[in-house]
Design a protein around this ligand. Sequence first.
Ligand code: C5P
Length: 223
Amino acid sequence: MKLPTIFIACDTTSTKKINQIIKFTQIPKIKFGYKFGLEFLNSRDGRKFVSHLKNKITFGDYKLADIPNTCASAIRAVKDLNFNYITIHISSGYNALKAAKKVSGKTKLVGVTILTSLDNKSLREIGFNKEVKRLVLHQAKLAAKAKLDAIVCSPQEIKIVKKIFKKEIITPGIRLSGDSKGDQKRVMTPKQAFQNGATGIVMGRSLTSNIKKNIQKLIRELN
Ligand code: C5P
């Protein structure tokens, strides 16, 4: 069986903290990837740090949400970083997804569905009248049509997404048991997410608040 991946959300501006995260995740039998998002990539040393990373699975969480030309140009602009994964919001629309896919090359293009920090009430607030599960399913169909390589959704939607999207399914909104949700709404534990069929999970604060200690907790929970 293909090993699932645990992507650590490196949400910090400190390269020292990221080096620590890397140090404590050199564990045989678990496949780790490193996810860099808006905070790190926009920090003073972020881009340079990523450009020097060798032999790591890297995930550029740019969450592009723009017109087709801008999305495609942004992907071209970070080509030199050789990310394994780059994200784009599916709500950017079919033409933007296609334009991005056309230039993404070896980098896997990941479609982000409804953020895990939103629930049905928040969707109504921003003017959507479908509920989360139906909207995610709808977006997964668009991602399949645009031939994206992976989807980001909450672990609560994996089962329905799996029916129509046959490639990688990566789920944020992951908490070690007993941890608080914080700003996330649709969460599960790592074990539950993998049992539901996630091919990869994203974990931030539940691990990075104390990487050394929490990695051990993660290993215990996965066994
Ligand atoms: O700390 P926590 O585990 O909640 O972090 C989740 C990470 O996943 C953050 O970096 C966030 O930007 C990202 N993410 C998310 N929900 C999505 C897509 C990405 O939480 N739908």
